[in-house]
Design a protein around this ligand. Structure first.
Ligand SMILES: NC(=O)c1ccc[n+]([C@@H]2O[C@H](COP(=O)([O-])OP(=O)(O)OC[C@H]3O[C@@H](n4cnc5c(N)ncnc54)[C@H](O)[C@@H]3O)[C@@H](O)[C@H]2O)c1
Length: 338
């Protein structure tokens, strides 16, 4: 049985879906502070024959997470639960250190208490900070430039020490920019507020949507706008399944970048959104935002070699599935508002 923390959130729910499709038994642990009960209900509805238990609880409460291990025989953990808004982490670092670091410490304590020694952890490209070279490989120095990145790097360090001392085998997956949704639009990205580029561009095409704001057009990149590496959420989750197999086969603690190695500029993403939606999307060009590096692109050779993983979806695939999902979400929100 696999425990998925943060399984009611965007990426975690796609992991739950893939695990259920594989026939795994799954326990979802989520505070629902940012995740959605509807997401869990949809997963349950779509897999009536599978075992899926949802436990509402907060990692900051040791007893709540420890109880999950008392109730279920957990073999491995996939740990998504965290706060992840960079700007908010700068304004309120305490919220981030308590939730992400202290919450993870509680999770690891409960795992060790119950002799669970395998975990896949959601880390981030934000642990690298300002890039010294592109594409970024795993040897790139980790110097985060905000509290969010600091929390993720601290957890990586804790996991190293816990492996050495307690044999807690772990795989840290450093995501670049995650995009797209379930191809069948059962679940998708649903953040409030939404800070990610693709859903924000798409949202501006719906009634009541805000004009999309493009920050900075004078960077030293292909067209002056920031370049990021957009990795499709289904491809990303496949790497988690490979990481679980890797640990189950006795793999040592390791860490991998998850990206495509193809950078896309904000303007290129915007153009892809106009193509997929068939709409002229209103845009307002603004100045640079503080703390945005010009380019962030992953070198993904290590994940390809060790995890035998290859991402195969394009940016357009991600925009298409994100748009399909956004339509489902907007309809749902309209129904609920009536
Ligand atoms: N979305 C991206 O592009 C991206 C990039 C890099 C890394 N990540 C990491 O991936 C993970 C998932 O991101 P996401 O976009 O799905 O976020 P999300 O906010 O959609 O999901 C996180 C989930 O964790 C839950 N949660 C948070 N703190 C909790 C706690 N203390 N106890 C129990 N549940 C808690 C929330 O309610 C939410 O459902 C995060 O760890 C994030 O840092 C995401």
């Amino acid at each position: 049985m696999i425990l998925v923390t943060g399984g009611a959130g965007y990426i975690g729910s796609h992991c739950v879906l893939s695990l259920l499709e594989k026939g795994e038994d799954v326990v979802v642990f989520d505070s629902l502070e940012l995740g959605h009960q509807e997401t869990v209900d949809t997963l349950k509805l779509n897999f009536p024959k599978n075992f899926i238990d949802f436990i509402k609880g907060n990692l900051q409460n040791y007893d709540e997470i420890n109880e999950v291990f008392n109730l279920h025989k957990i073999d491995a953990v996939v740990h998504f639960a965290a706060f992840s808004q960079v700007g908010e982490s700068v304004k309120n670092p305490q919220k981030y250190y308590f939730n992400n670091v202290y919450g993870s410490l509680n999770l690891f304590k409960a795992m060790l208490e119950h002799d669970v020694k395998k975990i896949v952890f959601s880390s981030t490209a934000a642990t690298y900070g300002e890039p010294e070279y592109i594409p970024i490989d795993e040897k790139h120095p980790q110097n985060p430039i905000n509290p969010y990145g600091n929390t993720k790097l601290m957890i990586e360090r804790i996991l190293d020490d816990y492996d050495k001392a307690y044999g807690l085998k772990n795989v840290r997956l450093r995501y670049f920019n995650v995009a797209g949704a379930d191809e069948k639009s059962r679940i998708g990205e649903w953040h409030e507020p939404e800070t990610h580029l693709i859903p924000n561009i798409l949202k501006s095409t719906f009634s009541g949507g805000k004009t999309f704001q493009m920050f900075g057009t004078d960077y030293n990149t292909v067209d002056g706008t920031c370049v990021r590496d957009y990795i499709n959420v289904e491809d990303l989750i496949n790497a988690h399944l490979s990481a679980l197999d890797y640990l189950n086969n006795g793999g040592e603690t390791n860490y991998f970048n998850l990206g495509t190695t193809d950078g896309n500029s904000v303007k290129q993403v915007f153009t892809a959104c106009e193509k997929v939606t068939g709409k002229d999307i209103p845009v307002e060009v603004k100045g640079r935002r503080a703390g945005d590096p010009a380019s962030l692109v992953a070198d993904n050779k290590k994940a390809k070699e060790v995890l035998k993983w290859t991402p195969d979806k394009t940016l357009e695939d991600s925009v298409k599935s994100a748009y399909k999902w956004e339509k489902v979400l907007q309809e749902r929100l309209e129904r609920q508002a009536k």
